[in-house]
Structures are given as structure tokens and as C-alpha cells.
Design a protein around this ligand. Structure first.
Ligand code: NAD
Ligand code: ZN
Length: 349
């Protein structure tokens, strides 16, 4: 039987960037003709949500805003034109909530580059609420076998790191270094990298992060606070990693990687420290023949593939559950670099 949809719901809302984030009762949205309404049971908390609240980036958020873009739940209503979901299906609210589907970028599977892209938890109210809408074509299909709390982090962190590893062009057996390896994206990146046949150097700081990185399959852990980080990485990988995936929120980490990346290797920028620039000394860049590229979430095919790794048990989310109303505490820990793995919010609390 279809569940009853209430008129109001709980949400975490802010009016101004950097202002208070309040646990409020707000109306349940109605799905437009091309949207599904998802009863979000769990939502991951991504560092992007912290950037959105702080207003770090040169792109304005909607205001007031309900953040969140790793929402996993059950479809409870369908817009009149929706044919690819049924009520009762599991669905995921992801960063790319909608795009035009007709432009050059959408046609080529670069939907995140669409000028009309709608972003959950940024330009469209996201998953820090109990009921959220998403374009049915873009919403993620989640297998009925999934634990909805565990799958939530795949919806941004998983898709993003899987795509970044694909575009790194590393080959099985080659070394991939991951900065920010102990955080939300990093802990998934280690596992996707292993599942794709790569050898992992994890870069982060502290005993808790070292332990989780090694438990998840990193062969080497290097503390980013050590003074000879580049030397340690080059030695451990006999000449430098073939690829570097940056999920650290740190400009300095990016600059440093131009030193230790292997000749002809690739540096993939994923983390988005506000106001940061890539600094690469041109002579070395050319003579080492390195590639530096950006990678921005993933398209619908990347989403399905990343979820398939999860469904097959090849990647697991290292997560802890707290209530939706505790988002402020999660942001404090995240800003201090104290989050190991991912926090997932239970929207019923
Ligand atoms: P997180 O806070 O969970 O993890 C960041 C990790 O980086 C922490 O463990 C921290 O200790 C580590 N770190 C900090 N400084 C470092 C340094 N100098 N060297 C190595 N590690 C360092 O954050 P997250 O949720 O994993 O997100 C990471 C970043 O990725 C954010 O900027 C987020 O906005 C961005 N992001 C980008 C995309 C994309 O599509 N490109 C998608 C999702 C998230
Ligand atoms: Zn995210």
C-alpha cells in the first residue's frame, strides 16, 4: 500500500550563508510533471554541503536552502509524465538533480556541464529534509537489496570518485595516490581503486585515518603533516604514483603533487577548496609531461556503474548515523577535519 504523504515535514534550513541552520517544519513539496517525490530516509553529509552553507564558491546558492545531495529513500509520488519509476521503488537524490538533456554536453554524457543543470542542496532543496523532489530521468535507481543508510554516500562520494578514477586513465596494477583518503570521498576512493585493480597510496593525517585507510586496502599511508611527504611517496611507489586523485580540501596538496606524480602521470582535481588555484611549474610540467584535469561528479551511466559496485559488495560505506537535527555538529567536526569516513543523517530524528 502506498504510504500517506504528510503536508509538513522536518528539514534543516538556513536563510543566509554562514547563518544559523535550523531544524524546522516546512511544507512537503509536490512533484512537477517530470519529477518523483522521494521519502528520504537517510542522507549523507558531503563537504560540498559545508561549502554551500559557508558560501565558499563563486556560484550563489538558493536561499533559504535545504542542503544535502546524498539522499536515499523510497518513491512515494510521481509526476504525471514519469514512466521510469513506480511508487515503492528505491531512489537516490544526487547532486545533479536535473539537466536539459538536449544540449551538446547532455548529449555527450557530460550532463554536469549543462548550463541548465539543477543542483540538489544548492540551487534546489536537497536531502536534509524528509521528502525531496528530483527529476525522474536523473534520479538514481537503487537496488531493492540495498541498506539505504549504507548506500547514501555512494550517491555523491561514490559516483564522484569512481568517475575520477576512470578519467585518471590509470591501468590495473598501477599506483594511485589519494589525498583526503580518510574522509568521505577518500574512503570510497580507496575501495573503488582496489576494485578497479589499482594500488593505493593514501594521504591524510592521524592514527584513526591511517587505520581506516589501511583496513580498506591502502598499501601505503603517508601523513600530510610529515615534512618529506613527496620523498616518502616517490620511494613507496618506485618513482611516483601514475595518478593522483585530490579529494583533500587543500590547495597545498595539489601543488605538492606536481612534485611526486610519476612522469607522464595524471593529477585529477576533485576537492574544491574555495578560491584555490593550481600551481604547476611550467618547465617540470612539460618535461615530466604531466596531465592535470578536473572531474565533476558523474553522469547517469557513471551513477549506475558506481551503484553496481556497491550492490555487488565491492565497496562499503564507512558511515556513522546521527539524527537530521544534529547536522550542525557534523559540520563542526567536518570543518575541523575530524570526520573519519561519512556521517549519514537519519531523517526521522
Ligand atoms: P571530508 O571533509 O570528508 O574529507 C576531506 C579530507 O581531506 C579529510 O580527511 C582531511 O583530513 C583531508 N585533508 C585536509 N588537508 C589535507 C592535505 N593537505 N592533504 C591530504 N589530505 C588532507 O570531505 P569530502 O566530503 O570527502 O569532500 C572533499 C572535497 O570534494 C570537498 O571540497 C567537496 O566539495 C569536494 N567534492 C567534489 C566533487 C566533484 O564532483 N568534483 C563531488 C563531491 C565533493
Ligand atoms: Zn557531494
Amino acid at each position: 500500500m502506498a504510504e500517506q504523504i504528510p503536508k509538513t515535514q522536518k528539514a534543516m534550513v538556513f536563510e543566509e550563508n554562514g547563518g544559523p541552520i535550523e531544524y524546522r517544519d516546512i511544507p512537503v513539496p509536490k512533484p512537477a510533471s517530470d519529477q518523483i517525490l522521494v521519502h528520504v530516509l537517510y542522507s549523507g553529509v558531503c563537504h560540498t554541503d559545508l561549502h554551500a552553507w559557508k558560501g565558499d564558491w563563486p556560484l550563489a546558492t538558493k536561499k533559504p536552502l535545504v542542503g544535502g545531495h546524498e539522499g536515499a529513500g523510497v518513491v512515494v509520488a510521481l509526476g504525471e509524465n514519469v514512466t521510469n519509476f513506480k511508487v515503492g521503488d528505491y531512489a537516490g537524490i544526487k547532486w545533479l538533480n536535473a539537466s536539459c538533456l538536449g544540449c551538446e554536453f547532455c548529449l555527450k554524457g557530460n550532463e554536469s556541464n549543462c548550463a541548465e543543470a539543477v543542483l540538489s542542496g544548492y540551487t534546489h532543496d536537497g536531502s536534509f529534509q524528509q521528502y525531496a523532489t528530483a527529476n525522474a530521468i536523473h534520479a538514481a535507481k537503487i537496488d531493492k537489496s540495498a541498506n539505504l543508510a549504507a548506500v547514501a554516500p555512494i550517491l555523491c562520494a561514490g559516483i564522484t570518485v569512481y568517475k575520477a578514477l576512470k578519467v585518471s586513465e590509470a591501468s590495473p596494477g598501477e599506483w594511485v595516490a589519494i589525498t583526503g583518503a580518510g574522509g568521505g570521498l577518500g574512503t570510497l576512493a580507496i575501495q573503488y581503486a582496489r576494485a578497479m585493480g589499482f594500488r593505493v597510496v593514501a594521504i591524510d593525517s592521524g592514527d584513526a585515518k591511517e587505520k581506516i585507510c589501511k583496513d580498506l586496502g591502502a598499501e601505503v599511508f603517508v601523513d600530510f603533516k610529515s615534512s618529506d611527504l613527496s620523498k616518502q611517496i616517490v620511494e613507496a611507489t618506485s618513482g611516483g604514483p601514475h595518478a593522483v586523485i585530490h579529494v583533500a580540501v587543500a590547495e597545498v596538496a595539489i601543488t605538492l603533487s606536481t612534485e611526486y606524480v610519476r612522469p607522464a602521470g595524471t593529477i585529477v582535481l576533485v576537492g574544491l577548496p574555495g578560491g584555490a588555484y593550481v600551481k604547476s611549474e611550467v618547465f617540470t610540467h612539460v618535461v615530466k609531461t604531466i596531465n592535470i584535469k578536473g572531474s565533476y561528479v558523474g553522469n547517469r551511466a557513471d551513477t549506475a556503474e558506481a551503484l553496481d559496485f556497491f550492490t555487488r559488495g565491492l565497496v562499503k560505506s564507512p558511515y556513522q548515523i546521527v539524527g537530521l537535527s544534529e547536522l550542525n555538529d557534523v559540520f563542526k567536526k567536518m570543518a575541523a577535519g575530524e570526520v573519519v569516513g561519512r556521517y549519514v543523517l537519519d531523517t526521522s530524528k
